[in-house]
Write a protein that binds this ligand. Structure first.
Ligand code: ATP
Length: 202
């Protein structure tokens, strides 16, 4: 999955709307300490559906909203949009009707987040699965955090297997299997209840 554009407004230190074009090839982000390099990567993970504020170095999800400085008031919302190239039409069927996908996440103070794909409101899970199917995403091993290489070297076989599954793009299948199992269990329970009712009627 190729990311082509990232737009950030009100997220952490990116108070003004900022747009980054991601050209083909290697992209480097350079700047002095504290200028926002990690915030940029966190914005990307956040729009991909990151649900843990701790892994975004925050003490609550509202902390990702620009908190204000001496000369600037805090904001009440933050918005991040990432554009991905879908010319190979690999997106899930529900979103596979255009050559590019605009995935957007917005948070309002004390009201939580909402997600859109090409302007259509979707669930966090839809966004997480979209990226998981493409072997990327906020928790995937395609996003390498500081210290993660060491963790991978020391990982137990089961954790290593998850890395391989991630790379093979089957991480989303586990979530779907779990959901299908829950639906199956609910259907079995309903059948049992139906048997009871039938027994009472007969
Ligand atoms: P380093 O090179 O030291 O790792 P960096 O370029 O990765 O630094 P970041 O960690 O991305 O920098 O940015 C840190 C800056 O972001 C700090 O100045 C911090 O005050 C600011 N910041 C973080 N959260 C917010 C927020 N919610 N509102 C305003 N500023 C914020």
């Amino acid at each position: 999955m190729k990311l082509t554009r990232l737009k950030i407004a009100g997220f952490k230190s990116f108070v003004e709307p900022s747009e980054f074009l991601i050209e083909p090839g290697l992209t480097g982000v350079v700047g002095p300490n504290g200028c926002g390099k990690s915030n940029l990567v966190e914005a990307l993970r956040w729009v991909m559906g990151e649900s843990s504020y701790k892994s975004l170095r925050a003490s609550g999800m509202d902390d990702v909203i620009f908190a204000g400085t001496n000369g600037r008031p805090a904001r009440n919302s933050a918005e991040v949009m990432v554009v991905v190239d879908n010319s190979a039409r690999t997106a899930p069927a529900a979103f596979n009707d255009s050559d590019s996908l605009e995935i957007m996440r917005r948070i309002e103070r004390e009201s939580g987040s909402s997600y859109r794909i090409n302007g259509r409101e979707v669930r966090a899970r839809d966004v997480q699965l979209l990226f998981a199917d493409a072997a990327t995403g906020a928790r995937s091993h395609a996003m390498v955090r500081q210290g993660q290489i060491g963790e991978i070297i020391a990982a137990k076989p089961q954790a290593r297997r998850r890395i391989l599954e991630d790379a093979a793009g089957v991480a989303g299948l586990h979530t779907r299997r779990h959901e299908a199992e829950l639906r199956l269990k609910a259907a079995e329970d309903n059948l049992l209840r139906l048997d009871d009712v039938m027994g009472e009627i007969e």
